[in-house]
Design a protein around this ligand. Structure first.
Ligand SMILES: [Ca+2]
Ligand SMILES: [Ca+2]
Length: 311
């Protein structure tokens, strides 16, 4: 993804069939003013259908402004939800990606989402509606080269639910190919991203974390001061005093960020998962996984794993 323009971008959204136009501005440092959204007449709240956008409906006016024209239908309460933090590799200018949200008139956090990327003189739009993920409770967008071709991909990390101690996250990577944003990775594919961790409870309140994929193995001692002797007697050891067989529960990737872990000047993706045993609030730490893109298999692979014992 080449030549992102590090400029002040103003997104102007005009709907020919909408009675009021929304206008959103974003400063280069990524901060979003509070008045990013100018909704249509709030006294006449009306819930509208999802508006499918395509790149053909987008035009660029100048280098300092981009204009999204929606000649066929309007968006309602459209706003900028997130703006990318960008990374720089040597010789890479970085740039901006916008996550746009359209609440269709609801006025709440439930929104349809669109990814808008400015690439050279073109704006590329990705309609994320296909995932039926409407909630956005925060998140991050990054631009970085994760496949080593010198161009940036888009890392999109969205908190899409409140479940769990660290929230429910949807983590995705998009590449720019054939003038479209193509998904390279999603954490949503159930079963595919088994990160390989297991736990074995040991005596003396110790536990061992193993990873079948990378061979990682490390022993920790449970130092949670809230855990009483009665807790250990009940959950850690069985009636004969031997450690129980216990399953390790891992949540979605609550962290999903770029880092050049192996120093080859291509970014890997560092992921962390909230880890618990017995019940969900019983957090024993965070499982860490490093994903690296393999061009031969055209897939991300786990190259490193670890465990942070923190609560
Ligand atoms: Ca790349
Ligand atoms: Ca690397």
């Amino acid at each position: 993804m080449k030549k992102f323009m590090a400029i002040l971008c103003v997104i102007v959204l005009c709907g020919a069939l909408v009675t009021a136009c929304g206008q959103a501005s974003v400063s280069p440092d990524g901060s979003v003013p509070s008045d990013v959204s100018v909704p249509a007449d709030n006294s006449k709240v009306e819930i509208h259908d999802h508006q499918e956008l395509t790149a053909t409906k987008i035009t660029i006016d100048t280098d300092t402004a981009l204009r999204v024209s929606l000649p066929e239908a309007g968006l309602y309460n459209l706003r900028v939800v997130e703006v990318s933090n960008y990374h720089r590799l040597d010789g890479d200018d970085g740039g901006y990606v916008y996550l746009l949200g359209d609440d269709r008139g609801w006025g709440g956090p439930e929104m349809d989402h669109y990814l808008a990327v400015k690439i050279g003189d073109t704006v590329v739009l990705k309609d994320l509606m296909a995932y039926e993920t409407h909630f956005n409770l925060g998140g991050d967008i990054e631009l970085c080269d994760v496949d080593g071709d010198g161009d940036c991909e888009v890392l999109l990390q969205q908190c899409v639910g409140m479940a769990g101690g660290a929230g429910n996250w949807l983590s995705r990577v998009f590449d720019y190919k054939n003038e479209q944003l193509v998904e390279m990775f999603t954490s949503e594919k159930e079963g595919v991203w088994d990160t390989g961790f297991t736990i074995t409870l040991l005596k003396d309140r110790k536990f061992r974390i193993d990873n079948a994929i990378t061979g990682y193995s490390e022993i920790f001692r449970d130092e949670d001061e809230e855990n009483t002797d009665a807790y250990y007697d009940k959950y850690w050891y069985d009636e004969s005093g031997e450690p129980r067989q216990q399953e390790l529960f891992l949540d979605s990737f609550c962290d999903f960020f770029s880092e050049d872990v192996d120093g080859d000047r291509v970014y890997e993706i560092v992921c962390r998962q909230y880890a618990s045993i017995e019940w969900h609030s019983n957090n024993i730490g965070y499982a860490k996984t490093v994903l690296k893109y393999n061009g031969d298999t055209a897939a991300f692979e786990i190259i490193e794993s670890g465990f942070d014992q923190e609560h």
